[in-house]
Design a protein around this ligand. Structure first.
Ligand code: NAD
Ligand code: TYD
Length: 369
């Protein structure tokens, strides 16, 4: 495949950082420009290992700065946008929906405008281009226990301000294809877990609380169901769509891996108990954790007030992606969770800096443009 010149928006966030590492590992000669506003969720340190590569550049900017994005697309002769930048946490969207409309809806519109002006109406139009939009299964709403999984033709019924803002962005992306002919693809993925995830989302929050001996807050009765996918598999799915997906199409990406929240938290407790059993050094590193003092992690489970409008169940039917592009997730959930726990144990400095806010002071080894 010909080499690409990519703009990765939101590349200092959880999935964007994993995608950037993964892409440069697989395509070491491609040009990769990460554009990120470094909101609370952006962590430049997650890209530390890439900072000194010639192929890599970090730009601190907001996707709403349309003219800056236009100039960047032109100067760098970029032909591919992989759009991760967004406000992504449902609980935050309940307390402050405005930022979600600003970044997710208006920001996506700004990016589409920039792409259109350079790639369709510009003077030096690249021979091919692609705008890939990274979205979520939450746009489809909530399922009952016996309902079939979401397909690409399931009606949009977003329930949270987060889901509504992502739905709005999906519609704009679709409209830019149909109205202007922009070469777009969209992927709608289930819940991700893995390295570099901000410890406000369920799995890293529980891992960090387990290690620090804090309560494990399960919303409501813990019966809500999510489909979990390792972030490596999400990144591989996006790469498959970029390389073989048909412009104008949307693809669901999922794990075929539904878990009730309470059962998942219990599985994490067992995992941490077992890790402490296998590695006695963890007792001195994490003296507050229940197994460090002979207790069981399960004792830390606490039921707390439910999230308003809490979607009951998400499930993804990924047969289009599997059938058209031959894509299948590679990670088993047990192995993925164990590897993720290992990552958080091995990268304590990363999450401690997030927890105490010092990650914001980190200075990259290369001067920022
Ligand atoms: P994240 O919150 O960890 O990271 C978001 C990144 O976007 C941050 O680096 C932030 O600084 C940046 N950003 C936010 N607003 C910006 C703006 N206006 N301009 C420039 N940069 C901005 O999010 P994530 O979990 O990595 O999710 C990435 C994308 O994947 C999102 O679009 C999200 O909707 C989607 N998604 C996430 C999941 C999941 O489980 N986390 C599942 C499916 C889809
Ligand atoms: P989350 O990671 O916030 O992702 P999303 O809301 O996008 O699915 O939450 C996953 C599930 O875990 C969701 O049903 C809410 C629940 N949850 C808790 O029970 N406790 C928590 O502390 C968090 C953050 C989430």
């Amino acid at each position: 495949m010909a080499s690409r010149r990519l703009l990765i928006t939101g590349g200092a966030g959880f999935i964007g950082a994993n995608f950037t590492h993964d892409w440069l590992r697989r395509h070491p000669h491609d040009r990769v420009v990460v554009l990120d506003a470094l909101t609370y969720a952006g962590n430049r340190r997650s890209l530390e290992a890439l900072e000194l590569l010639d192929e890599f550049r970090f730009v601190h900017a907001d996707i709403n700065e349309t003219e800056r994005v236009v100039a960047l697309l032109q100067q760098e002769r970029l032909d591919t946008i992989v759009h991760f930048a967004a406000e992504s946490h449902v609980d935050r969207s309940i307390h402050g929906p405005e930022a979600f409309v600003r970044s997710n809806v208006l920001g996506t519109l700004s990016l589409l405008q920039a792409a259109r002006s350079v790639w369709l109406d510009g003077e030096d139009v690249p021979p091919t281009h692609r705008f890939h939009h990274v979205s979520t299964d939450e746009v489809y709403g909530s399922l009952g226990p016996e309902d079939p999984a979401f397909t690409e033709s399931t009606l949009y019924r977003p329930n949270s301000p987060y889901a509504a803002s992502k739905a709005g962005s999906d519609h704009l992306v679709r409209a830019y294809h149909h109205t202007y002919g922009l070469q777009v693809t969209t992927s709608n993925c289930s819940n991700n877990y893995g390295p570099y995830q901000f410890p406000e989302k369920l799995i890293p929050l529980m891992m960090v609380h387990l290690l620090e001996g804090k309560p494990l807050p399960v919303y409501g009765d813990g019966s809500n169901v999510r489909d979990w996918l390792h972030v490596d598999d999400h990144c591989a799915g996006i790469a498959a769509v970029l390389e073989g997906g048909r412009p104008g199409e949307t693809y669901n990406i999922g794990g075929g891996n539904e878990w009730r929240n309470l059962e998942l938290v219990e599985a994490l407790c067992e995992l941490v108990d077992a890790e402490f059993g296998a590695d006695p050094e963890l007792r001195s590193r994490f003296p507050q954790a229940a197994p460090a003092t002979g207790g069981s992690c399960r004792d830390q489970i606490t039921f707390v007030t439910d999230r308003p409008g809490h979607d009951q169940r998400y499930a993804i039917d990924d047969s289009k992606l599997a059938g058209e592009l031959g894509f299948e997730p590679a990670w088993s959930f047990r192995e993925g969770l164990a590897a993720t726990l290992r990552w958080y144990l091995d990268n304590e400095a990363w999450w401690r800096a997030v927890m105490d806010g010092s990650y914001r002071d980190w200075v990259a080894p290369q001067y920022e443009t």
